[in-house]
Design a protein around this ligand. Sequence first.
Ligand SMILES: Cc1ncc(COP(=O)(O)O)c(C=O)c1O
Length: 365
Amino acid sequence: MLYIVSHEQDFAHKARAAAAEYLDMDDPEQIALTDSTTMGLGTIYTGLNIQNGQEILTNEHNYFAQQEAIKEATLRTGATFREVHYYDNIDEVTEDELVHNVIKEVTDRTRVVGATWVHSNTGLKSPIGKLSRELAKINEHRDEENKVLLVVDGVHGFGIERDSFEELGCDFLIAGCHKWLYGPRGTGIVAGTPAGWQNVRPVIPSFSEVMWRIIRGGQQPERVTGPHMSPGGFHSLEHTWSLPSAFEFVKTLGGKDRIYQRVHELNRLCKEGLASMPHVKLATPLDDNLSAGIIAFEVKGMSVHDVVQHLVNKKNHRHRSTVRQKLRALHARNLQHAERNRDRFGRGEFFEIDAYIEKLLQSPR
Ligand SMILES: Cc1ncc(COP(=O)(O)O)c(C=O)c1O
């Protein structure tokens, strides 16, 4: 206990500093520490100062956690939300089309655009930088309380893509660190701009320096920062404290550029292989600008369950339990996505693979 009390601020600062450095941000105070992407989304949307009469604009392909966080925020505040039709046909989608389909729906009521960097149901990567630059043009004509904030679920880009926070240009980038960054489970970050943070309030009181200040009878700080927005409590602190090692690991692999190149190279190989199979319909675009590390496809004439079973039956002894776990998770998740995307993708039965599972598919042992 004494150890925690005497070290927690310092260790939390080191975790924030490592995340800030990774995103090329000058100030670690603009990073909040969370337990997951889901916690980050809930923290931002629930803490958002959105008013009755304003709206959150989003699209129909986000992961459940973002949609629910948005819905809850609107239920609490009387604001509304709208899902824009993001694209017509994923086979022909372009970055410009995606940006256009969001921007054309922005109205005077729009206070937030909720986006996903890489969609987990299709592997489509959104052009966040382009979108933020278009929103910046709209914001030039708005006063501070009405500026459109861009909130991004970045979990499937974080750890693969190489954009800095500034290049992304969003107000909030929300990610778990236990996925592509290979950090410990129960870790996540929200990166925010100094101006962006002034639009949210903490939902869960912070155990940061702010707490000590308030306990000692001080006032709430005038400006909200990442530490202030980091949910407090004696949670899995050891995991958070070891987070800097995950960012160090990125460096030992050769840094963000090298990881980007490698993941894209492997995924391109895998996608080209899948696209060449007549019985497979690839959903994820081949274009590196429109994809990252997730690949989604369907196998003609087979249900998701059958495809999963087929892969499990390949009986890779070394990795079987990992594959089972992964496929089970994918199966559950994609059934849900399939339901939502039924019209858009015909039979709507998709599941995602990474290069590892693709290897299993093609080289049974
Ligand atoms: C797009 C997306 N966002 C958020 C999450 C939830 O991530 P976390 O486990 O960090 O809460 C997932 C889960 O896979 C996801 O696919």
